[in-house]
Design a protein around this ligand. Structure first.
Ligand code: OGA
Ligand code: NI
Length: 261
């Protein structure tokens, strides 16, 4: 985790032109992208105070070669971390499946074949009360594992109040994604969160999103649906959900409404 954070900071602190040269021009989930604010920069009403590197990271053999080649150890170190994060996610998903009364493998395979790395860099902001690093959202996929450095900024919404999640060295923040809320037929709820900025220090987070392939169908697990518990959501394709989510600039509640049964 220390090495992941240090190599990522080294990458993010390079000049914008150098970073841009190491990324592609493409804008799909299959590219290595460098963005400012969000992927909907051109249409968003409010810009965010962040830079972000995104690229797919599972399976490693398929994607590692499109990652930045500088710093020289980037591919090796981030590759090693991705493998460990995927293993940990699998263990957590197995326990969640069992906790829901589903087969232990239920959330493995199809629902967790894709993993995206998203590294956020929040520079010191002269007026933190005017902007956010990331505005309120729930992550749209199945599950998220988040590594943060020692700078405070992550906040989670509980009972209409923003609570700070203070960085704890070597702890990983685990978020339930909106699509796991759907699969569990709302037995599990995705957590809304955001990132605040500060005027003193830069902050870095390295986030791994685990989810399904674009064409996968997401729906409430049959085992969790009966006459007393009708399905709350209708089946949808992962890519349709994601495009609605991004088009809404991260309005997770609004996106889930669209797919209500
Ligand atoms: C995210 C996210 C929070 C953070 O990338 O989806 O919620 O602290 N990040 O960077
Ligand atoms: Ni998030």
């Amino acid at each position: 985790m220390n090495e992941t954070m240090s190599v990522m900071k080294e990458f993010l602190q390079m000049p914008a032109e150098t970073k841009q040269r190491l990324c592609s021009e493409g804008f799909s989930m299959k590219d290595c992208r460098l963005i400012t604010s969000s992927i909907t920069y051109a249409t968003e009403k409010v810009h965010l105070w962040r830079d972000c590197l995104k690229h797919p990271c599972h399976p490693l053999e398929k994607w590692q070669h499109i990652w930045p080649q500088i710093p020289a150890r980037y591919q090796e170190r981030i590759g090693a971390c991705s493998v460990e994060v995927k293993k940990l996610a699998s263990r957590i998903l197995k326990l969640i499946s069992e906790g829901l009364g589903l087969d232990g493998e239920y959330l493995e395979g199809e629902y967790s074949q894709f993993m995206t790395l998203s590294a956020n860099h929040y520079l010191p902001c002269p007026q933190p009360d005017l902007t956010l690093g990331l505005s309120k959202h729930a992550d749209p996929h199945i599950i998220t594992l988040l590594l943060q450095d020692d700078v405070y900024g992550f906040q989670v919404l509980k009972d209409d109040t923003w609570l700070g999640v203070h960085p704890n060295p070597h702890a990983i923040v685990v978020n339930i994604g909106s699509q796991l809320q759907v699969i569990s037929n709302k037995k599990l709820k995705s957590a809304e969160h955001r990132a605040a900025t500060n005027s003193r220090e830069a902050r870095t987070s390295v986030v791994f999103f685990i989810g399904a392939l674009e064409e996968s169908i997401i729906e409430p697990a049959k085992e969790l649906v009966d006459e007393l518990h009708p399905p709350i959501y209708k089946p949808f394709k992962n890519k349709h959900f994601l495009s609605k989510f991004y088009a809404s600039n991260g309005d997770s509640q609004g996106t889930l409404e669209i797919f209500k049964a």
